[in-house]
Design a protein around this ligand. Sequence first.
Ligand code: NAD
Length: 254
Amino acid sequence: MIRVAVAGYAGRMGSAVVDAVTAADDMVVACGIDPHGEATDFPTYRSIEEAVEAGGFDVVVDFTQPSVVAHNIDVALGAGKDCVVGTTGLSTETLEGLAAKAKDDACLFYAPNFTTGAVLMMQFAKAAAPYFPEAEVIEFHHARKKDAPSGTAVRTAQMIADARGFESSAPGKETEIEGAEGARGALVNGVPVHSVRSMGFVATQEVIFGSMGQTLTIKHDSWDRTSYMPGVLLGIRSVGERSGLIIGLETFMG
Ligand code: NAD
């Protein structure tokens, strides 16, 4: 039985993780960590320090906030606990720095997107990138999302830039009208990224490629937070056999 601590258990993603872990027959929710959580049928703590001191878990799943996640990982890895992290906003440099301090071969697994469909979208974008001079990413999320652009959009832009091996001119950026800067999106590794925040969305992303006389659009929609759970459970099952830093669900998708 894998004993799982859920950081952010009172949040939207954390409560979905609690339900998914509870429903799986090879793991159990050992505790929840959340300063805004209420008492429930598993032990709960206000901070990662309290949880580590109490012990009794093997892996921490973190869906909290960009402002606290690095500290949570730092404390958990320092105590030799494997981490499965979905909270976005962490740079590769930060992740590398955190993983370097892990004790007892603990593993830090970070996935900017835990849906298998989004991982495939990124892989398809990587395959298309060398054949199209232009690429743009448009992502749509619910209005309460705290970071923009999304971690998936940033990762997609990095993968496109790496795969195409040439610099795009990102046409039109220089023609943005004064007072309306940003109309052509934020440039992430030379790829314009546009972030829509609105009621009605969970998570959607389109990658639009352009070449002479043709466009190619790759689109993924998450309609429900349950879409992330098979990936989260795969991460929980996989980290115990690994150590160091692992980025991306594709690592475990074979
Ligand atoms: P949310 O605001 O609903 O939940 C966050 C929870 O974290 C809250 O209950 C809050 O009280 C708690 N929290 C705050 N500080 C904490 C701390 N120090 N320790 C423990 N818990 C703490 O947010 P959400 O919609 O569940 O999203 C959480 C994160 O997950 C965001 O960064 C979001 O972008 C990310 N996310 C990632 C994926 C992915 O596939 N990687 C998918 C969806 C969301």
